[in-house]
Design a protein. Structure first.
Length: 485
């Protein structure tokens, strides 16, 4: 599958490069863009420029089209079976509360369901912000909070009907929620686990207006962000693997005893139920990885989305949310890629942020001091700095920092108690994003686009050494004592 081929016309296929001037094309040459505008400009000092502006009062932009390698705003993915339940098994009275137009009510429900897909392959609760839900489901300038009725429909159950979604509950059997702190959390019902996804095209024009506005807003935000802009430029130069290549690669990885970054063992599900596989929570299943891959790319790439509240500005897209062992097969300009990863970046960022003493901390050094396996240290570091102080004390790496960086550890704990325990990871992400943005900006000036996986980058093998050099130079410039390999 080559999204690059789709976005180039015959005269441009020879270069196999993303031409930014193709980003938007108007179907009406006389469209007035003076008030509602999307524009692409070429800057003299950039070989591969891409600029976009969207003003704050745009509405529909009927004549605007989008690059073919990005997902169509009218299309959503939903698990098979959901539409049937909504169309045949939900009482009419419940749907009427959403909208008297039955089709429109069903499509609003499908839209909300599409935001919960990932719960089927990562087995995690997903937060849905009430204000965000309201914005997505507010149509025809009607300010009624329809999302409450939508959630009632999705939670509906009877002797013959299973609920489409589940809501996380606390020990008192009440839906978990804290105003201005925690949104309610949801999952798709486990009965949809293992089901394939279908692509649904929204038909309702009022919903399409809202979806298009959201699409344009996201694209504008991505293009004003160094990392997001780079990722959009990358999309048009990518070639993706097919299922046969993915399965063959999986067999090689399994033969080499591959484990994910979280220490999970890669294996095939082989038509078994996940719960019937011994120690399934510590397994990463090939079939689930492939399902997720298709969900992420089949209808086009997701628009890169910066997240700030808890993620410190990290940017999420189709590439960094797919399984790493599949991502290895992606090609840039038809060339194989290589990943360049900072060694133990977050522990070294902590040293800088909280004024520690050590330099060039590695997982190996800590493992040697504690006399434990390196894999255990790596796994602990994934969550250690995000934990509440009382949880940190239970971690096997806590003793290392208590003995070797006692003052720094005190500053971390004090910060957590004063600003909430998640403040440390947020500060880490913010500095990480700053470093990666500087690196990507320098690389883009040399017409090098890279894949971004938070604290690592993947690039064409031919430019791997140069990417590594820039990563190390930027790290040292910012007094971050680690190395990229």
């Amino acid at each position: 599958m080559n999204f690059n081929e789709e976005c180039l016309n015959e005269g441009e296929k020879k270069t196999k490069l993303f031409n930014p001037i193709l980003l938007f094309q108007s179907t009406n040459n006389n469209i007035n863009l003076s008030n509602n505008y999307i524009y692409v400009t070429k800057e003299r000092n950039n070989k591969n420029p891409l600029s976009i502006g969207v003003n704050s009062d745009f509405y529909t932009l009927e004549n605007t089209t989008f690059p073919k390698f990005l997902i169509d705003y009218a299309k959503i993915k939903i698990p098979r079976g959901v539409r049937r339940i909504l169309e045949r098994q939900i009482p009419k009275a419940l749907l009427d509360k959403i909208n008297p137009d039955r089709n429109q009510a069903i499509e609003l429900c499908l839209l909300v369901v599409s935001y919960l897909n990932q719960s089927l392959y990562n087995d995690k609760w997903i937060s849905l912000n009430a204000q965000k839900l309201h914005e997505l489901t507010k149509i025809n300038k009607d300010n009624t909070r329809k999302y409450k009725h939508i959630l009632d429909v999705l939670k509906y159950s009877s002797e013959k009907v299973r609920p489409i979604i589940e809501v996380k509950k606390n020990a008192e059997n009440k839906e978990t929620y804290r105003k201005n702190y925690n949104s309610k959390q949801f999952k798709l019902n486990a009965c949809f686990y293992g089901k394939k996804f279908e692509t649904y095209t929204i038909q309702s024009k009022p919903i399409l207006v809202v979806k298009k506005q959201e699409h344009l807003k996201k694209l504008n935000e991505a293009m004003q962000n160094t990392i997001g802009k780079n990722l959009i430029m990358l999309c048009g130069r990518l070639t993706l693997p097919n299922d046969k290549q993915i399965i063959e690669h999986a067999r090689r990885k399994i033969k080499d005893n591959y484990r994910t970054k979280k220490g999970k063992v890669l294996t095939f599900l082989n038509k078994r139920k996940r719960e019937n596989v011994k120690d399934y929570k510590n397994k990463s299943f090939v079939e689930m990885g492939i399902t997720k891959f298709h969900l992420l790319v089949d209808d086009g790439f997701k628009i890169p989305t910066p997240r700030f509240k808890k993620a410190g500005g990290r940017v999420y897209d189709s590439l960094n949310t797919m399984h790493g062992w599949i991502r290895e097969l992606n090609k840039i300009d038809g060339e194989e890629t290589i990943e360049k990863d900072f060694k133990a970046l977050h522990p070294n960022l902590v040293i800088q942020i909280y004024d520690g003493n050590a330099k060039y901390i590695t997982h190996e050094k800590i493992a040697e001091v504690l006399n434990i396996e390196v894999s255990i240290v790596k796994k602990e570091h994934l969550s250690f700095f995000n934990q509440h102080p009382k949880q940190m004390e239970k971690s096997i790496v806590y003793q290392y920092y208590k003995e070797n960086e006692p003052e720094m550890l005190e500053r971390i704990i004090s910060d957590k108690y004063n600003n909430g325990h998640e403040i440390t990871s947020r500060r880490l992400f913010e500095l990480e994003v700053k470093i990666m943005s500087e690196i990507i900006k320098q690389l883009n000036k040399k017409d090098i686009v890279v894949g971004y996986t938070f604290d690592a980058l993947f690039c064409k093998k031919s430019v791997g050494d140069y990417v590594e050099k820039v990563m190390n130079e930027v790290a040292i410039k910012n007094n971050i004592y680690t190395v990229a390999k």
